[in-house]
Design a protein around this ligand. Structure first.
Ligand code: FAD
Length: 506
């Protein structure tokens, strides 16, 4: 029987990062991935000779103060994986304004003030609160060993005023406090789909940390697509003596004396079952799946699965992957990412419009051709049109109905590209739609969720499902656990899970 120091269930970024760190520390790692390639959301695929990015628009930060930079340096990712800087944060197209938001907080502050000259105080308050929350968190968090100053908890509002507001408020609630200008609110929170669906449900703390990271370090794309990062992390595991099995699905965590002690898994191609034993088990698969399907009944303390099943999952996304015959920049597109809110007048409408027709839902357009993205060079210029979406809207459809609905969504969204540049829709030479059903199929994430549990004030930060599971020698490392989703969250969660597991492995 095979014995490992750690067995990892799932080869998304959380699982791959945990595996790479443990393997580099000389530990024996087995990573089990259900799909035919590693990466989970962080993958590329090929259609008609075109390389299509499945998920990544941009990664935040990577500046000197960003913990991810330390992680990637430690693992030896830099150099072999090329991070291409994105020139500006986003172009905002609202019902009444159309302007570019630059990356540095100072420049962005000026850009907002030039469009909303009477809103200087509100704009200063916005950037000052983002910076304050990031500062407070840096003071308070001691990395994987936990939080400092917990004894000061009752005094938090006085000692850490920005952090306290971040924990308590939603983004919408905060914006309502600083301004009555609805167009400004929409513009400040335009990229809400990076973190969730509704600004009035999104934790200000989570938003401030991620958004602040974009304003501090900018955004980056991975040259050639996110599969390059996933493949590099898998290579680190293999090069350090570990094994990465694709097309293998973990079915059960094996228990010994109340501790996680191994994994039963099946070879999906040859239909054979195996067991492997390990000192620790790290679950990159979704927390609800682990709790409801992979852990044996009674392994977790009573109440834990009840708590998990009450938590709210995040939204999913729909993407129309597009190939253009001419570069969008030659037709008038003037940013890498554009957020279109042309049918929305108030921030309170965002949540309900995400559930509405594709003819009025806010969307993001990414022009991969406007940077040296390495996607399909010399063929077509690749782009992506992405909206918030929900698996429930796509369930129960017969195959024919599903195809018709996908086609309708694609046609409506492609037509709306006219808001970005008049001739853009006419230059589409290829398109393919990924729905929440696609995301469910490739990642197994319940509800096709892309951010794990929704980042509401009740489910964020210190209140998020922790990396150390309430089962000895079991850890969570995914968008569903601390700190959360996105490339940054998954990579950080994986690295922190590896540090925790190292304590048990010895
Ligand atoms: C369209 C789209 C756009 C996005 N854009 C961005 C962006 O611009 N920037 C950003 O930062 N983030 C973005 N994200 C979010 C980001 O990609 C995810 O939050 C992150 O990659 C999730 O990583 P994860 O570690 O939780 O694993 P996941 O990607 O969820 O992968 C989990 C893996 O576990 C495997 N698995 C599950 N169950 C089992 C089992 N029983 N046995 C074996 N394997 C199993 C799955 O096959 C999968 O490979 C986007 C996501 C999508 C879908």
């Amino acid at each position: 029987m095979e014995r490992y120091d750690s067995i990892i269930i799932g080869g998304g970024l959380g699982g791959l990062t945990a595996g790479a760190k443990l393997a580099k520390e000389g530990k024996r790692v087995l990573l089990i991935e259900s799909a035919d390639e590693v990466g989970g959301c962080a993958r590329t695929f090929t259609r008609e000779g075109l390389t299509i990015e499945a998920s990544l628009h941009e990664i935040d930060g990577l500046d000197e103060g960003d913990f991810k930079r330390r992680i990637f340096s430690d693992l030896g990712v830099f150099g072999e994986v090329e991070f291409v800087a994105v020139p500006e944060f986003y172009r905002f197209i609202g019902a009444r304004s159309d302007f570019i938001v630059p990356f540095s907080a100072g420049e962005a502050n000026k850009a907002f003030k030039s469009v909303f000259p009477k809103e200087g105080k509100a704009i200063d308050a916005f950037f000052s609160r983002l910076a304050g929350i990031r500062r407070d968190i840096k003071k308070l968090y001691r990395g994987n060993s936990g939080w400092k100053d917990t004894l000061l908890l009752p005094l938090y509002p006085f000692v850490y005023p920005d952090l306290t507001a971040g924990v308590r408020l939603t983004v919408g609630g905060f914006l309502d406090k600083i301004t009555k200008n609805e167009e400004l609110k929409l513009a400040l929170a335009a990229n809400v789909q990076y973190y969730g669906d509704d600004p009035y449900a999104l934790s200000l703390l989570y938003f401030a940390l991620a958004q602040g990271s974009f304003y501090a370090g900018g955004g980056h794309f991975i040259k050639g697509g996110s599969q390059k990062l996933s493949d590099k992390l898998a290579l680190i595991i293999r090069a350090n003596g570990g094994s990465v099995l694709t097309n293998h699905k973990a079915t059960n965590v094996l228990m010994e004396k109340g501790s996680a002690a191994g994994v039963r898994y099946e070879d999906k191609v040859n239909k054979r079952a195996f067991e492997a034993y390990g000192a620790t088990v790290i679950a990159n698969a979704a927390v609800p799946t682990v709790v409801n399907e992979i852990l044996p009944p009674g392994a977790a303390p009573p109440g834990f699965s009840r708590t998990i099943n009450k938590l709210k999952p995040s939204c999913s996304l729909l993407t129309v992957h597009v190939g253009f015959k001419k570069p969008p920049t030659t037709l008038g597109s003037r940013a890498y990412t554009t957020f279109v809110y042309d049918k929305i007048n108030k921030l309170t409408e965002v949540g309900s419009f995400q559930h509405g027709g594709f003819d009025r839902r806010p969307f993001a357009f990414v022009d991969y051709g406007s940077i040296d993205s390495g996607l399909s060079p010399g063929k077509m210029t690749m782009g992506a049109v992405t909206t918030v979406d929900y698996l429930s809207d796509w369930e129960g459809l017969a195959e024919g109905e599903y195809r018709i609905k996908k086609e309708g969504a694609a046609q409506t969204l492609i037509k709306r590209l006219g808001a970005i540049a008049p001739g853009l829709a006419g230059e589409v030479g290829f398109y393919e739609v990924s729905t929440p059903r696609t995301i469910l199929r490739y990642t197994g994430n319940p509800h096709g969720s892309v951010h794990g549990f929704a980042q509401t004030p009740e489910q964020s930060g210190m209140k998020r499902v922790q990396i150390k599971a309430p089962v000895e020698r079991l850890y969570f490392a995914s968008a569903w656990s601390f700190p959360g989703g996105g490339f940054t969250g998954a990579v950080m969660g994986g690295y922190l899970a590896a540090l925790e597991a190292l304590k048990d492995i010895g």
